[in-house]
Design a protein around this ligand. Structure first.
Ligand code: PLP
Length: 447
């Protein structure tokens, strides 16, 4: 029987039918969301929540934008779907690629469309290896990545993601991957007292020499690391990494799946960290999640080798999807028209100030991030920088149930990536809600 329109009926049907990422079997409760507007979402019982994570760092323009629904409907009634395989193309895909060429940093003028972030990273990894192969260096297969980096869950993108959970129990991941230490200053034990950039650069140089520069295709990294919670590297990290890679002929892939499209206060975080990669991977904010879509932005040099006489041999069914492209164009219009990158910078700075005042609480260890990509690191011991023994799940549950705040957590931190339409008033409500719950969290992690 069909579930009733009540939260209870939907939750029961959900338990019977749906496989959820990250949900342990003992959790039988469900938050059944049914509608959204701006930075608010509403559940089946009519309760409203503040969406402080733009779902998963996606919904730049906020929920419930009729303009994006109209763009999709108009396109669907004209040409709902085609692709950009072979000689076929479509007006919306060309229009969006042209628009992206004008926005991308440093002359990344060529675009390959996907339906999401992991798909984009798969393409980036394939392009990097194929680029060297076609230039007569087929032995350049190694990929440098960072522990605690996240790039999606394909066997390639998951293979370069530096969390054990993506590697345990799934058989062999993509071979020829080497993990480096992430530039995460809070985790001072990683650097044995050394300067973070100096440590990371020495390790990078040593790793390149050990593997052999002639065997390395690319390094992949998020300019600001999202999975572990808005880790902004020291200002000299990326420029020095990029320079070293260039000197060895190793390509740089920046994963801007979260940081792209205004989140850090710039169109792309590459501008914030001061580097131009060879390949820049985007998704999420490209359409604000109204439809799944992604774009890989590529330098002329790499695009020329991987297309070339033999063509680029791999394509997704939905590459260049005209309706997804139409929604992306309308979404970029809103981001531009409403100055949402500038809003992310201004409201983000204001919110960060408010969050910083929570440092007087015993469980709040660090507030970090840039623009509307922020994180609050929780601890049971500020001196030793120990995480909460229970992790952060109970805190996230209390925030949702007691304060009506939905945000994403990892085991160490609250990850705060609100829609870019977040206001100062929203920021005030969020900080007040966090204070009311976090002041009740004990050093044992229980609320
Ligand atoms: N790269 C980064 C930096 C991400 O944060 C994510 C998703 O959170 C991905 C890639 C994977 O994107 P998707 O889930 O769309 O495949």
């Amino acid at each position: 029987t069909a579930p009733g329109a009540t939260g209870t009926g939907l939750a029961a049907a959900d338990r019977a039918t749906l496989i959820h990422p990250t949900l342990p079997a003992h959790r039988t409760d469900r938050t059944v969301l049914v509608s959204g507007s701006g930075c608010r979402v509403t559940d089946a019982a009519g309760r409203e929540y503040l969406d402080a994570s733009a779902v998963l760092g996606v919904t730049q323009v906020g929920h419930g934008r009729a303009e994006l629904a109209r763009a999709a409907a108009e396109q669907m009634t004209r040409l709902e779907y085609f692709h950009t395989w072979g000689t076929v193309t479509n007006d919306r895909a060309v229009e969006l690629a042209t628009r992206l060429a004008g926005l991308a940093p440093g002359g990344l003028r060529r675009t390959y469309f996907t339906s999401g972030g992991a798909e984009g990273n798969e393409i980036a990894l394939r392009m990097a290896r194929l680029h060297h192969h076609r230039r007569g260096e087929p032995q350049r297969t190694w990929i440098l990545a960072r522990t605690m980096g996240y790039h999606g869950i394909g066997y390639g993108s998951g293979g370069v993601s530096g969390f054990p959970v993506y590697h345990t129990g799934f058989g062999p991941s993509m071979p020829d991957v080497h993990f480096l230490t992430p530039p995460h200053p809070y985790r001072r034990e990683l650097f044995s007292g050394a300067d973070v950039t100096e440590f990371c650069l020495a390790e990078l140089r040593e790793s390149i020499e050990r593997i052999g520069p002639e065997r390395i295709a690319a390094m992949i990294g998020e300019p600001v690391m999202g999975g572990i919670g808005a880790v902004v590297p020291p200002a000299d990290y990326w420029p020095r990494v990029a320079e070293l890679l260039r000197s060895y002929g190793i390509l740089l892939i920046l994963d801007e799946v979260v940081t792209g499209y205004g989140r850090t206060g710039h169109w792309f975080a590459a501008e914030h960290v001061g580097v131009v990669p060879d390949i820049l991977v985007t998704a999420k904010g490209l359409t604000s999640g109204y439809l799944p879509h992604g774009a890989v932005l590529v330098s002329d040099e790499v695009a020329d080798t991987v297309t070339g006489e033999q063509g680029f041999p791999v394509g997704y069914t939905y590459t260049g999807h005209p309706t997804a492209c139409a929604v992306a164009l309308a979404n970029l219009d809103i981001i531009e028209r409403e100055g949402l990158a500038a809003n992310a910078a201004a409201v983000g700075a204001h919110l960060k100030d408010g969050l910083t005042r929570l440092l007087d609480l015993p469980v709040v260890a660090e507030v970090r991030g840039v623009g509307l990509m922020l994180a609050v690191e929780l601890t049971s011991d500020k001196e030793a920088r120990r995480p909460l023994p229970q992790g952060t799940t109970e805190v996230a549950d209390a925030l949702r149930e007691q304060a009506g705040i939905i945000l994403r957590t990892n085991p160490y931190a609250l990850v705060i990536n609100p829609p870019l339409v977040f206001t100062r008033q929203d920021a005030g409500l969020l900080v007040d809600g966090l204070r009311s719950v976090l002041s009740r969290v004990g050093l044992d992690g229980h609320v």
